[in-house]
Design a protein around this ligand. Structure first.
Ligand SMILES: [Zn+2]
Ligand SMILES: [Zn+2]
Length: 292
């Protein structure tokens, strides 16, 4: 077990990341009212869960592409403002996403967990373009997925779904918490904020259960943990609600624990669904050496 350091002034990029998260929160709020209808019926939901599939498939998303284009443009402008070194990539991304077909391909690839289509980045110089397109796609999908989650999560019986991906949208978690009464571990989807119970001794990203490859660090207060997997080099931030913290507030916790992302990244680990991890990679592309 490691002890994670409490504080040290975060380098300015992490402070800017906090500001960007705050800005994204305001986008979520303004976008949620126009985020689309829910098409999955309870009957379909039951069948998909029984088959081990998440509830919301790409075809079920009723996307208003004109609206998505507008949000993507707003997100890219904000990226340029918060991270001046990404301004060139953001400008290229604006040009790429003005093509509606390309916008659809990029967003769909992001939703289905694939990399940005090569056609979107070929012929352009900016190295961070792929990452910036990913950030924009995740940001515009989020309000839409959160609306779907509110309607669909009640259709998932607690404890029935024990997979590492979200039962609603199929995304990976970017947060976890240990619940107050029994200490069970719950995961929080990095895309739609759905929460579900998961095994404590398994990596949700690669299903590794070899305890010699899994470890965790805690902060000095014992309230926060970061789980590390040496198999896939992923990390997962976690709150221990048994220490008296109030309920899990995912949006607030993502922002308040950015210093844990910074430390995990310094150790050479990534968080596959975390926007913070993705932005950090775009701004600081050189992957630090593993010190662990
Ligand atoms: Zn989800
Ligand atoms: Zn793993």
């Amino acid at each position: 077990m490691y002890v994670l350091k409490e504080d040290s002034e975060p380098p300015s990029v992490w402070a800017r990341l906090a500001a960007f998260h705050l800005w994204l929160g305001s986008l979520d709020a303004s976008a949620s009212g126009v985020a689309g209808e829910v098409r999955v019926t309870p009957k379909q939901a039951t069948r998909r869960l029984a088959e081990g599939r998440s509830l919301l498939q790409w075809e079920d998303l009723a996307v208003d592409w004109g609206q998505f284009q507008q949000w993507a443009s707003t997100v890219l402008t904000s990226i340029s403002r918060h991270f001046p070194t990404l301004a060139g990539a953001a400008m290229d991304a604006q040009a790429v996403l003005r093509d509606t077909v390309m916008l659809q391909r990029v967003v769909r690839a992001s939703y289905e967990g694939r990399s940005v289509p090569q056609a979107a980045t070929s012929g352009r110089e900016s190295k961070a373009l792929g990452d910036v397109l990913q950030i924009a796609a995740k940001a515009v999908l989020r309000p839409c997925l959160c609306v779907q989650r509110e309607k669909l999560l009640p259709l998932v019986p607690i404890g029935q779904w024990r997979r590492g991906i979200c039962p609603v949208c199929g995304g990976f978690p970017d947060l976890a918490y240990l619940e107050r009464e029994l200490g069970a571990r719950w995961l929080v989807c990095g895309r739609c904020d759905a929460q579900w119970v998961f095994q404590r001794l398994e990596c949700p990203y690669c299903q590794c259960t070899n305890q010699e490859r899994l470890s965790y660090g805690t902060d000095p207060t014992g309230r926060y943990r970061v789980y590390f997997c040496d198999e896939c080099h992923s990390y997962l931030k976690s709150l221990d609600l048994r220490t008296g913290l109030a309920e899990m507030d995912a949006a607030a916790q993502r922002m308040e624990t950015l210093d844990l992302d910074r430390q995990a990244r310094q150790k050479g680990f990534i968080s596959p669904e975390s926007l913070a991890s993705l932005v950090a990679r775009a701004v600081m592309p050189r992957r630090p050496k593993l010190s662990h």
